[in-house]
Design a protein around this ligand. Structure first.
Ligand SMILES: C[C@@H]1N[C@@H](c2cn(-c3ccccc3)nn2)[C@H](O)[C@@H]1O
Length: 447
């Protein structure tokens, strides 16, 4: 029996408008985390912080007053937003999500609601505007990351235990609404907002406010895209309301993890946001754990698109605005691959097939074309391909060499063998395009 909700989901199922269709077509995005934490580089007084570098203010070794005065040193002389946008263009990303304000509360735009902004740093200039303009000029859509949790604000509360807490948090909610309103008015090219820092009890108790805030923001920019991290319903449920319906235009639950099967995404639109190191979004001199290679990032991109989502890879520029060599390499190598194979990523969706030994299926939206993105070739050089029910392979060819038709043999009612050309020794992931035939066609031919 559904629960009557005033501040739960206002829509069941995916958005069907053109703005959301554009979001759904992206496939690959870039996240950028840049701020005062980039100055400390994940270390303090010669000791290395073993958490995410952008969380270093929460490390007991770092006095808050000292962290909060870092803005007096923020002066990225080498910041070149055009270079950032061109690197992103070459990488093949269709959208960027940029940190306007992270948990520390420092604003990379000249907010009129606080002094704790780039306007009062030696750099002075509006960084958000430069990023929005440069990426928009390159044809890359801009989304703004905004942390509700703000460690620098005296009225921030993690819970509302006393009357005083509630009075302070009411001021904080107004401050939040004012900052978001000014962001959308100052940067009207913004296509969406990526919220973070909304897991605390204070926000879970503010479901009605989060609902009215979302509606207010969407009234400023019709079509604005906001994920499931913003809202809570009136019972404190986040992401899914008390009836299990997603609140928001897409699911934002996949942070540094990827769904295994299509069932895991519950028919929602969704994004996966990912770090190149094992963890850590802001610049760190020493990256934590394993650093993903470009092929791993290409595989993650393909995995997300094959399950109907977008893959958003994070870059953490240094305090001076330059990128570290490892990130430049990943962007370049992913871009080289995307240049040849992007047909299997852009405007693609779930092909009604799960991952197989050789790799992933993607399907072109509004078209029957199916792509097989191959990461593992068996020693015998032939791929066993299980197809959706009543579907068989009409023709299989190489995306990068369409005249190379691959021989296919029916294996059983809905599986085939695809034989790779004898001399083919792939050294990087490649794409096979298959034109499918529906079973009814096949039966007719057999008669
Ligand atoms: C997109 C990423 N989200 C931020 C984050 C994640 N978390 C977090 C909080 C509680 C449990 C696990 C992770 N805290 N902050 C990271 O700092 C980065 O901005």
């Amino acid at each position: 029996q559904p629960v009557a909700l005033k501040h739960g989901a206002h829509r069941v199922g995916k958005r069907t408008d053109a703005d959301m269709a554009k979001w759904r077509s992206y496939g690959l995005g870039q996240f950028i985390h840049w701020g005062l934490y980039s100055i400390l580089e994940g270390k303090y007084n010669g000791k290395y912080y073993n958490g995410a570098a952008e969380w270093i203010r929460s490390w007991k070794e770092v006095p808050h007053a000292e962290y909060d005065s870092l803005y007096k040193q923020f002066n990225p002389e080498n910041f070149n937003p055009t270079q950032w946008a061109k690197m992103a263009k070459q990488m093949g990303v269709k959208y960027v999500t940029f940190t306007t304000k992270h948990h520390d509360g420092f604003c990379l735009w000249p907010s009129q609601y606080t002094q704790y902004t780039v306007a009062n740093s030696p750099y002075k200039k509006d960084i958000v505007k430069q990023v929005v303009d440069a990426y928009t000029k390159e044809g890359i859509d801009v989304y703004l990351y905004f942390s509700v949790m703000d460690w620098s604000h005296p009225d921030w509360r993690t819970d509302l235990k006393t009357k005083e807490d509630s009075v302070a948090f009411d001021r904080f909610k107004l401050f939040t609404k004012n900052q978001l309103t000014e962001l959308l008015k100052m940067y009207p090219q913004t296509k969406g907002l990526w919220f973070d820092g909304t897991w605390d009890t204070s926000w879970k108790k503010s479901g009605a406010f989060s609902d009215s805030l979302e509606q207010h923001l969407k009234s400023l920019i019709p079509g604005l895209i906001i994920g499931s991290r913003l809202r809570a319903d009136e019972f404190g449920n986040r992401h899914n309301d008390a009836n299990g319906v997603l609140m928001g235009d897409y699911e934002q639950g996949w942070e540094r993890k990827i769904p295994k099967t299509y069932a895991d995404v519950h028919g929602n639109d969704w994004d996966c946001v990912m770090t190149i190191p094992e963890n850590g979004w802001g610049y760190a001199e020493k990256w934590l754990g394993h650093w993903k290679t470009s092929y791993e990032c290409i595989e993650m991109t393909t995995q997300c698109v094959s399950l109907g989502g977008n893959f958003v890879l994070n870059f953490g520029p240094k305090a001076d605005g330059t990128f570290r060599p490892e990130e430049i390499t990943v962007a370049k190598e992913m871009g080289d691959w995307m240049k040849v194979n992007n047909a299997a990523i852009y405007d693609c969706e779930y092909a009604n097939c799960e991952k197989q030994d050789w790799g992933y299926f993607t399907k072109k939206q509004n078209d029957d074309k199916i792509y097989m993105v191959v990461f593992n070739v068996p020693i015998n050089g032939s791929l066993k391909v299980k197809l959706p029910k009543n579907t068989s392979i009409g023709k299989a060819s190489l995306l990068q060499a369409p005249s190379t038709v691959l021989s296919t043999e029916q294996l059983d009612y809905n599986a085939s063998y695809i034989q790779l050309p004898k001399g083919m020794k792939p050294t990087s992931p490649f794409v096979i395009v298959i034109d499918t035939k529906q079973q009814s066609q096949v039966e007719t031919e057999q008669k």
